[in-house]
Design a protein around this ligand. Sequence first.
Ligand SMILES: O=C(O)CCC(=O)C(=O)O
Ligand SMILES: [Fe+2]
Length: 257
Amino acid sequence: MQTRNQLADIYAGVLRKSNAQAWEQILKHKSLLLRALNQLQEEGYVEVVTSNSIEELCAELLEKGSIFKGDLATLPPDGKVEIPDIQDLKSVQKISNDRMLNALASLYLGAPAHVYDCQAWWHFPVNPDVPSSNAQLWHRDRDDLAVLKLFAYVTDVDMSSGPHAFVPRSHTDHGLKTILTKDDISNPKANGLSHCFMSDQDLQQLGYRNVPKIWQGPAGTCFLEDTRGLHKALIPTGQPRLIFSLVWTLSPGFRFL
Ligand SMILES: O=C(O)CCC(=O)C(=O)O
Ligand SMILES: [Fe+2]
């Protein structure tokens, strides 16, 4: 992780120089965004409370996503159903172009950020004997050297509807030093050198003792995460969950790096 972050810093420096004008504009928002930026840097997550496009986003996605709710016969075994072609929705366009969100993503990534992807998907409760999907196991995203994701709940989410979870401080080498012992950090599965999908027990065995942040909240709950840190979706046992994500990267993205 240390090497990836060092490479990301070098790359961000190059991007700042080649987009000097855009970077100058972004810097103007820094003082307003400083608290959120600090929390992202330290903890790897921050709640977003100010984006006024969220209500419209929920309404549009719920409408588009509702047609898939009736069709339980064709539900895949892991219960995940993606909503296609959401990028052209007005509310998705609006949030992708939100000036303050883009400025925060850019300040966090260290250079003008690239909107890399947006997705929305249902997780439906399924037979508990079915093995968890990758996203329902602890993992680190590998889309780029540096990445920031916005998640927005489109439905109300409590412990029975598969909330999203994140291990605070697992996103940087510096943070890992505060939550793991020196011996634990040298394990490639613990420090992120080795890409893997892990259970709660795996994490305990690797030395992770800190309590994950579990995001519960009504539709419209919205947060940013550095998903280079450990995260997953819990398995829904009662209600299904519809969630939206918007992803910023430094480069146009590599899908898996
Ligand atoms: O569905 C979730 O809460 C987790 C999704 C995830 O791992 C991701 O978007 O990178
Ligand atoms: Fe992920």
